[in-house]
Design a protein around this ligand. Structure first.
Ligand SMILES: [Zn+2]
Length: 260
């Protein structure tokens, strides 16, 4: 990996001048914490995925068709070592924030980073100490009511099946956004507003292929933001970026922090 110091210093100067810095984070950051990716060669679901449709237990349509059956199968999968859902759960349970997560938390604590928009559901930003985090694809440790959108910790799940919201009796699902599920409107609105108000956005370990998250940098750019990409390889968003720092985010972000 060759990385000249010059682009890092350019990025550091831009970041230091920014009044409203945001970071859009993707799976590449969590991959450095040992969390397997879903997509791509060897991805957990690439190996399991049927020819058509979403892998079992991951489609929103499957959930809404029969929520009680879905919850029963999900809880069984979580205790079956041969099931990819069990394997993913184990991997994420054992994962810890890496130096990239910690650098983002430091940027916030130093008053430089306004907020993180993350596509990761693993809760590692909170574990690293970040506070202003918008989770566009939800959080694996929470449940969400489909009726009133209230989020509650998963460990408060009641034994009834399907679980019900204690506030409105609505249906509870995992907060994690499933294949075919619309992004919850409250978090999507907050992400769009954060993007529009940014004057600089870091694109961290995101492939730039999953919408609507991939459109947020373009929204920021339309509103005058400078885009800085941090990724080991070029992405569909690279042509829109003002600066690209080539390398893994867990190596580049600490360098950036130390250059400010
Ligand atoms: Zn509710």
């Amino acid at each position: 990996m060759t990385q000249t110091t010059q682009p890092i210093q350019q990025a550091a100067a831009i970041v230091a001048r920014a009044h409203r810095l945001t970071a859009l984070v993707g799976a590449g950051l969590s991959a450095s914490s040992g969390i397997p990716t879903y997509r791509g060669p060897g991805g957990l679901w690439t190996r399991q995925r049927p020819r058509q449709g979403a892998p079992p237990l991951l489609s929103y349509q499957e959930f809404v068709r029969d929520p009680a059956a879905w919850w029963q199968a999900r809880l069984a999968a979580e205790t079956d070592p041969s099931h990819p859902i069990y394997q993913m759960k184990q991997a994420v349970d054992q994962a810890a924030p890496n130096p990239g997560h910690l650098a983002l938390a430091q940027l916030e604590q130093r008053g430089i980073l306004h907020c993180i928009i993350t596509q990761n559901v693993d809760n590692l930003h909170a574990a690293a100490g970040s506070r202003a985090v918008l989770e566009i694809h939800g959080n694996r440790n929470r449940l969400r009511c489909l009726q009133c959108h209230r989020r509650t910790p998963r460990n408060t799940q009641t034994p009834q099946n399907p679980p019900q919201c204690q506030q409105c009796n609505g249906l509870l699902k995992l907060d994690t956004v499933m294949f075919g599920e619309p992004i919850p409107p409250d978090v999507l609105q907050a992400c769009r507003q954060a993007a529009e108000q940014s004057d600089c956005m870091l694109l961290v370990g995101t492939s730039g292929t999953v919408n609507p998250a991939a459109r947020l940098p373009l929204l920021a750019k339309e509103n005058g933001a400078t885009l800085i990409e941090i990724n080991p390889e070029a992405t569909p968003l690279t042509p829109w970026c003002d600066l690209s720092l080539t390398g893994p985010a867990d190596a580049i972000l600490p360098q950036l922090l130390n250059s400010i």
